[in-house]
Design a protein around this ligand. Structure first.
Ligand code: ADP
Ligand code: MG
Length: 257
């Protein structure tokens, strides 16, 4: 569904990605984790076509992303940037319905989809006409998530989507999202810096460091057989690594066995 081959990217001389090969299989959730600055957001920006690789390429559904197919590909992706990225001059509804409006969806269809998503992310009706500045960080994040899901995309790119939520809503939304992704057979590429969240969501975990993929595979493989000391250090720096291991075993899907 989404594939990176030999991707290298630098920003004004500084290397952000250094030869990344990565495959995000259809219908699965791949989770990028790793220290701040290791290139996670850059990988998502490349998939969304916001930036181009200096070397290598990004393939979407078997075709390299290029100027002539980017818009069509983009319409099949839902992308939630880090911090949400809502337009400040548009209300929640304006933000969420923006693309559907541009594509000419009738008002009724837009409203129905909006309400469905608001229920999903538990965004109460009194907030629907508010502007981003009038919302809390968690509310903004939920609106941004609705915007990413509005067109029912095949590929969902989420950059730390739940970071600003308080713990109870976060756990609830984690469960609901995981269920939706599985039920609708969505392909998801998600960034988090929370290993517990990665274990919860990830069919496949991709651990990065300094622009490179260090290890990818099931949560259990990563936790039990770390490929190098960095992986073990990263795991042990998390809260309750033993509990993570138990959860990874519990979340293992039949396909991973
Ligand atoms: P992550 O999401 O893992 O924290 P990023 O992909 O945002 O990391 O960034 C990777 C590296 O590239 C970092 O060192 C960051 O400082 C640098 N970087 C990201 N965006 C830019 C930019 N627009 N200009 C210059 N450097 C950037
Ligand atoms: Mg980032």
């Amino acid at each position: 569904m989404l594939r990176y081959l030999g991707v290298r990217k630098q920003y004004s001389g500084q290397i952000a990605l250094d030869g990344v090969d990565l495959d995000c299989p259809e219908g699965r959730t791949s989770v990028l984790i790793g220290p701040s600055g290791c290139g996670k957001s850059t990988l998502l920006r490349l998939a969304a076509g916001l930036i181009r690789p200096d070397r290598g390429g990004v393939w979407f559904e078997g075709a390299p992303l290029a100027a002539n197919n980017l818009r069509a590909a983009r319409l099949r992706m839902g992308y939630m940037i880090q911090e949400g990225g809502l337009f400040p001059h548009l209300s929640v509804r304006g933000n969420v319905e923006l693309m559907a409006r541009e594509l000419g969806w009738p008002a009724e269809r837009r409203r129905a989809r909006f309400s469905e998503l608001a229920e999903l992310v538990r965004l109460p009706a009194r907030l629907w006409e508010r502007y981003p500045l009038e919302l809390s960080g968690g509310q903004r994040q939920r609106a941004a998530l609705m915007r990413a899901l509005m067109l029912d995309p095949d590929l969902i790119l989420l950059d730390e989507p739940l970071g600003a939520l308080d713990p109870i809503i976060r756990v609830e939304l984690q469960r609901e999202l995981a269920a939706i992704f599985a039920r609708l057979h969505k392909t998801v590429l998600m960034v988090t810096h929370d290993l517990a969240e990665a274990v919860f969501f990830g069919d496949r975990l991709v651990l990065m460091r300094a622009g490179c993929v260090v290890q990818q595979g099931s949560a259990q493989a990563l936790l039990q057989s770390p490929a190098e000391a960095f992986v073990a250090d990263f795991v042990n720096a998390q809260r309750a690594p033993q509990r993570l291991l138990a959860e990874a075993a519990e979340h293992m899907r039949p396909a991973d066995v």
